[in-house]
Design a protein around this ligand. Structure first.
Ligand SMILES: *Cc1c(COP(=O)(O)O)cnc(C)c1O
Length: 418
């Protein structure tokens, strides 16, 4: 059972002040989850979560996470500038980008960010861009092939395809990059890899950790560089479907700890700090897209038209992603109606749900679309002249603040040359 973090009365009160659609975030849930993550890795003194800004690039959220000890993982100029404006600079930023323009390396360096290089050719490119190589630097690894965890709890399989992903360096390139960087003056080295996305398995991080820890031991022996941190990146997922099991972050932390003891501590590398760049895990469950049913249509199928569209949440249209829907006030009603819940884009993939069994929806009902706190508003766009919605933050005391206003038609026209 997925339950919204607000009830109908609360939501109607919010909607009376801020018209639907809007994204609503739950400060309490975000903080509690960030604390669970921190506790799970507290055995590693250098542990740091660098929130993947692209998931929810909203300053109020970045500041809230900063209060919980998180830094920022940025991958573009705008994300770097946003971190800076939130007072997040220096080694509180990891700059993990690819196909990077020189000016972005320059800003990252100027801010003192830890730079993660996506390719061997980036060593020279970075040096030309900033006039040196940084003392502390990271390289992204791509082992190629297919990454699997085999069968996991409840039969969910984790599989991803690093071999056809554009990111990272091969094993040989990684050695070469480390040697080259060391020759140019780098002193502290890190390894980064992101091998599978939205994993629902407590085994993903420990498995990735084993790969990177063994690699770190090898590379330190082979190249003589000092590896001081390993960045496990993102990829811990959330259960979008109600029947899916949630990850247990404490178990994940413990799995990584065992790998750390067995491999790094045994090799005399017990001082390596662990970094994470989680995005989805930090925010997705703590965001709702709130929308209202404005039309119903009965043709070959039953349609409910809502006032949000794919411009507010692209994942269902783009990936066929499942997002659970709660019809507010009808949480306990039988799901005896089959609907396509659709937005108004002139695009037939603008459907939040297809053939979804829901309680009978009446016009005016508020719908909560779940798990939209990450890769939700951030993937918004303006197709069909749709305006991006507001973002609201529900505070721990029950009050609500607007943390990004809805776009206006003036915003939409602001770049036009008439
Ligand atoms: C997208 C991304 C993340 C975050 O991924 P999630 O699946 O949201 O945890 C972390 N690091 C990098 C480099 C990314 O591109």
């Amino acid at each position: 059972m997925k339950k919204p973090f607000v009830d109908k009365a609360q939501l109607e009160a919010i909607a009376a002040q801020y018209p639907t659609p809007f994204h609503l975030y739950d400060e309490h849930g975000i903080r509690e989850n960030a604390r669970r993550l921190r506790a799970a890795f507290s055995w590693n003194p250098g542990f740091r979560e660098y929130f993947a800004v692209k998931a929810t690039p909203t300053p109020a959220i970045l500041k809230l996470l900063k209060e919980e000890g998180c830094g920022c993982d940025c991958s573009s100029l705008a994300e770097l500038l946003m971190a800076e404006r939130c007072g997040i600079t220096g080694e509180d930023i990891v700059f993990s980008s690819n196909d990077t323009p020189a000016e972005e390396f320059q800003l990252a360096h100027q801010l003192g960010a830890i730079i993660n290089l996506d390719d061997l050719t980036m060593v020279d490119y970075l040096e030309r861009a900033i006039g040196c190589v940084p003392e502390k630097v990271c390289c992204r690894y791509n082992p190629g092939g297919i990454f699997t965890l085999g069968q996991t709890r409840e039969g969910f399989q984790v599989m991803d395809d690093p071999g056809s992903a554009k990111y990272g360096m091969t094993r040989d390139q990684l050695s070469e990059a480390f040697r080259l960087l060391a020759a140019k003056g780098a002193k502290e080295f890190g390894i980064h890899a992101f091998l599978a996305s939205n994993t629902l398995s407590n085994e993903y991080y420990p498995t990735l950790a084993r790969i990177l820890f063994r690699l770190a031991v090898e590379l330190q022996e082979e190249t003589g560089v000092h590896i001081t941190f390993i960045d496990l990146s993102g990829g811990i997922g959330v259960p979008y479907r109600p029947e899916q099991p949630a990850n247990d972050i404490a178990a994940i932390g413990e799995g990584v700890r065992q790998a750390y003891e067995e491999i790094l501590v045994s090799a005399g590398m017990g001082d390596v700090a662990l970094y994470a760049e989680l995005g989805r895990f930090m925010l997705a469950p703590y965001g709702h897209l709130v929308t209202r049913a404005i039309h119903e249509k009965h043709i070959y199928k039953e349609y409910i038209g809502v006032d949000a569209c794919a411009c507010d949440l692209m994942r269902p249209a783009m990936y066929g992603a499942y997002h659970h829907i709660t019809v507010m006030g009808k949480e306990d009603a039988p799901c005896d109606h089959r609907y396509d819940v659709v937005g108004g884009l002139c695009e037939n993939n603008d459907k939040f749900a297809i053939d979804r069994m829901l309680p009978k929806i009446d016009l005016g009902d508020l719908l909560v679309i779940h798990d939209t706190g990450a890769h939700g508003h951030s993937m918004g766009y303006n197709y069909n002249g749709r305006l991006r919605s507001a973002e609201l933050l529900l505070h721990e005391d029950g009050s609500v603040t607007c943390i990004r206003r809805a776009e206006t038609i003036e915003d939409y026209f602001s770049t036009v040359v008439w």
